[in-house]
Design a protein. Sequence first.
Length: 207
Amino acid sequence: MNFQRDGQMQMLRPKGRANYEPNSLGNAGEISGPRECSATGFETFPSAEQGDKLRIRAESFADHYSQARLFFRSLDPAEQAHLASAFVFELSKVTIREIRRRMLANLVNVDPNLAGRVAGGLNMEVPVASPVAAPVQDLELSPALRIIGGPHELHTLKRPHRWNSGGRRVEPAIGGPARNQCPRGWWPGAHRRSENWRHQNVGWVGA
């Protein structure tokens, strides 16, 4: 729940650096902000119509980890490594060890391998998984969630070429005396270039 403490017409002077609940700053000796109160907090008024009108969330709303697991496991191994490195980089800036531990406990629910890689980067032990409100599901992986090997990957190295149908080729073109000093066989395709290129001491990249 967001406290909306920086909203329009805000007149209070909130204390603490967390503007959401729940948070664990209280366990670290910091101000954790307001807390839910069943006695004085907001409640939906049940009005009798054809039944009680209640504000009820779907059971799937309590599943906090299945989509995160689906996303991580659908990534290419190189993308998984990049994501783990990003977690290590960001969490290394967190000064409160308890928050880092809690985050690792959440990652255990997402993927134990991910949690282990991040914990290793932080020089911490992998904690016990945090409690879940709903069972974590192993959903069918989706290649559409990845960039490498995904349906929208740009295959720039496989573009047909009039000189090389199997992909792109890069060749240097050297003009003047330097061309005559090249080792035999080092000048592939030079005969296909125009005479104008051979007389220019410039680098040329074919695409």
